[in-house]
Design a protein around this ligand. Structure first.
Ligand SMILES: Cc1cc2nc3c(=O)[nH]c(=O)nc-3n(C[C@H](O)[C@H](O)[C@H](O)COP(=O)(O)OP(=O)(O)OC[C@H]3O[C@@H](n4cnc5c(N)ncnc54)[C@H](O)[C@@H]3O)c2cc1C
Length: 360
């Protein structure tokens, strides 16, 4: 009897979309032995390239339900995939810990309750008298910041991760087609994906990882899936203040919903906002720097040295992400308006399990 892997070798799977979700699915499935083709017209501009790469898993406060299950599974899978991916890029790391900060008493009480109830060694409350908090308050010229430290959460550089996945996929001889798919249909037990240039790619299965554009490909198959665009923005700011050393701050943290990553003594990244639009406004600086009652003087005087944004897709009328086995070898894995980097391992595992079930 032929081994399962040998059987998989004969199966061709097309993945539409090469963001983090498409690439992670390709990783998971090529390790199982499938022949993979990834199709995407734009290798550089997508939601994944814009990402700050924060992995907010263990600090997620709702510890039940599908959302938590996916996070929990990703938390378990990340160290294994890191060990694997480091063979292709030894510099790829997850910087830990991650700190969540607030100036809101109510929110802080909820954080205290969460840590209290969960008895999790990897989470600690940071009160005003903690050395880390004293320093953060000093730098941000306030007295009200406090929060939570999560030793299991952290940050991966999203661009490095995507490049490492590219290296792996090349090594595995995964086929990459720089094309846009405009139609998919099933004919004689095969899926046919048609490109804008009228090429037809045949496969046994198709996985849709193309975010907002999923709708264009499945509309005619009458599935009731709706996705809304959500804008995420980030800025890199240069500061000019002899007193401030940004490297004295933690490596990554979040204050009142804004993610902050100090890069050098005088440079930091701030992101991201969730806005239901597709074009960033002119007032990005104000939007991203107004997370305290008063903007610290050094930040107010800061100059934007880089600015970028990405559009993600949010499911309308159902929870994020959308993971569905639509029919006869057509799967959908999209709608990651947040946490796509964090959830990629768990969601790719789900896809792989569905495919194994379908083929058995
Ligand atoms: C500023 C910002 C900060 C973020 N920070 C974080 C963070 O800290 N942590 C975290 O986990 N997440 C973060 N996110 C969210 C994360 O980036 C997304 O959840 C994730 O990138 C979604 O990946 P994706 O593969 O689903 O979509 P995308 O990366 O958008 O990929 C979809 C791909 O599909 C392709 N495509 C579209 N139509 C077609 C077609 N017809 N044919 C072929 N290909 C097609 C597109 O070209 C695109 O490359 C952030 C996002 C932004 C914008």
């Amino acid at each position: 009897m032929k081994s399962i892997k040998e059987n998989f070798k004969k199966r061709h799977i097309v993945i539409i979309g090469s963001g983090i979700i498409g690439k992670f699915n390709a990783l998971e499935l090529s390790e199982l032995g499938f022949q993979i083709t990834i199709i995407d017209p734009a290798k550089l501009v997508n939601g994944s390239n814009a990402s700050l790469g924060l992995l907010m898993g263990n600090m997620y406060q709702k510890r039940r339900g599908r959302s938590w299950d996916l996070r929990k599974q990703s938390i378990e899978l990340w160290p294994k995939w890191m060990e694997f991916l480091q063979k292709f890029n030894y510099e790829l790391i997850i910087e830990k810990p991650l700190i969540q900060l607030t100036t809101n008493e109510e929110i802080f009480k909820k954080l205290e309750k969460f840590v209290d109830e969960n008895n999790d060694q990897n989470l600690r409350i940071l009160k005003r008298d903690s050395v880390i908090i004293k320093n953060i308050n000093k730098v941000f010229q306030t007295k009200n910041i406090k929060g939570l430290i999560s030793f299991k959460d952290g940050r991966i550089n999203a661009i490095s991760l995507l490049k490492t996945l590219d290296k792996y996929l090349k090594h595995k001889k995964v086929n990459f087609l720089e094309e846009e798919i405009i139609k998919i249909r099933k004919s004689n037990n095969q899926w046919i994906s048609t490109t804008r240039n009228n090429k037809e790619i045949k496969s046994d299965m198709v996985i849709l990882c193309n975010s907002l554009k999923v709708i264009d490909l499945i509309d005619n198959l009458s599935h009731n899936i709706k996705l809304k665009p959500v804008l995420g923005q980030a800025i890199e700011i240069d500061i000019n203040d002899a007193e401030v050393d940004l490297l004295s701050l933690p490596k990554q943290f979040n204050i009142n919903g804004k993610n902050i990553i100090p890069k050098t003594k005088k440079k930091l990244i701030i992101g991201s906002t969730d806005e239901y639009s597709t074009e960033p406004d002119e007032d990005t600086f104000e939007k991203l720097t107004s997370f305290l009652d008063q903007i610290p003087s050094w930040l107010k005087k800061g100059k934007i040295s880089k600015k970028w944004y990405g559009i993600r897709s949010k499911p309308d009328g159902e929870p994020s992400p959308i993971m569905k086995n639509l029919k006869n070898g057509l799967l959908i894995c999209t709608g990651f308006y947040k946490n796509g980097i964090l959830l990629a391992p768990a969601c790719s595992r789900w896809v792989a399990n569905e495919i194994k079930k379908y083929l058995s």
